[in-house]
Ligand binder design. Sequence first.
Ligand code: NAD
Length: 325
Amino acid sequence: MKREKDSFTPKVLVIGALGQIGQELLLALRDRYGQDAVIGSDIRVTDEAPAPFISLDVMNRKKLFEVIEQHQINTLYNLAAILSAKGEQNPEFAWKLNMEGLLNSLEAARHTCLEKIFWPSSIAVFGPNSDKNQTPQLGIMDPTTVYGISKLAGERWCDYYSEKYDVDVRSLRYPGLIGYTSMPGGGTTDYAVEIFHEALQKGTYECFLSADTPLPMMFMPDAIKATIQIMEAPAESIRIRSSYNLGGISFTPAELVVAIQQHLPTFQCSYAPDFRQAIADSWPGSIDDSAASEDWNWQADYDLNAMTEEMLMQLSAHYASVPQP
Ligand code: NAD
């Protein structure tokens, strides 16, 4: 395994930096390492993209290598992907993007100055025959979505590159992520973000999952903390090079509604399950993340009530400052 130099100073490239996680991770990394040490990139370009920012398609291997060499990048966070619900609408493209993007990143670690990669996997690697409660790190994995299939294959590639080529790749199986800064990008757990916005704006929400569907979720500050923690951990403490289970908070839509009603008593939620229900039914209800705790001291900070309070406080302030139509 490549040993980290004592004087390792991260020079970072974040791919997919305009997405739900990327927007928040970019800010957190810049707070930590300095604005100029962290370059954002995305296939989309917007005026709001915070400099330094470059337009980059992760599937363009030549340009990826050039950017890494030109900016002497040693640390890559590759967040570009098609997520679970969107992937089902175009399975072949989801497979292509999710696989080619990862392989280009792993190859960059072999052929450029890149030293360390973060690539997220997902609880979508599990399937109908996986244990539903406290799903273990290793067990049956039979994903039913193209997204889950691509993440499981991706995990095996990460392990392969670590074993065969000594690539320092680190990964987390994120659960559904809930944040107030950015909107989700087409996953099965998106309801748990949308519900807060609609509770504050309309007082009602129609949920696309049934009331009693438990899923593992995590508040974004915890996900960012875990991401930076695993990347800064000494290489020898990262025993798992495929991807670590990451737990967080497990709840059903009905339980989230009760937590919101403690602050907004008149809030009402109705249920109209769609195609995403079948995906949610194939996923675990809760996750055993003891390997992450043992190997690099992982511990989440937020429970359901603390997250709900913070989401409502932050979004109330946001909507109060935005002129309503
Ligand atoms: P997102 O869809 O919000 O963002 C992905 C970003 O990647 C977008 O800004 C998109 O423009 C960009 N992108 C797409 N194609 C690209 C390309 N070819 N080149 C460069 N950029 C491209 O996704 P997210 O929710 O921020 O997820 C980031 C990563 O975390 C993904 O790998 C996803 O599978 C994983 N993940 C997310 C969640 C979640 O709840 N959000 C849960 C589990 C895993």
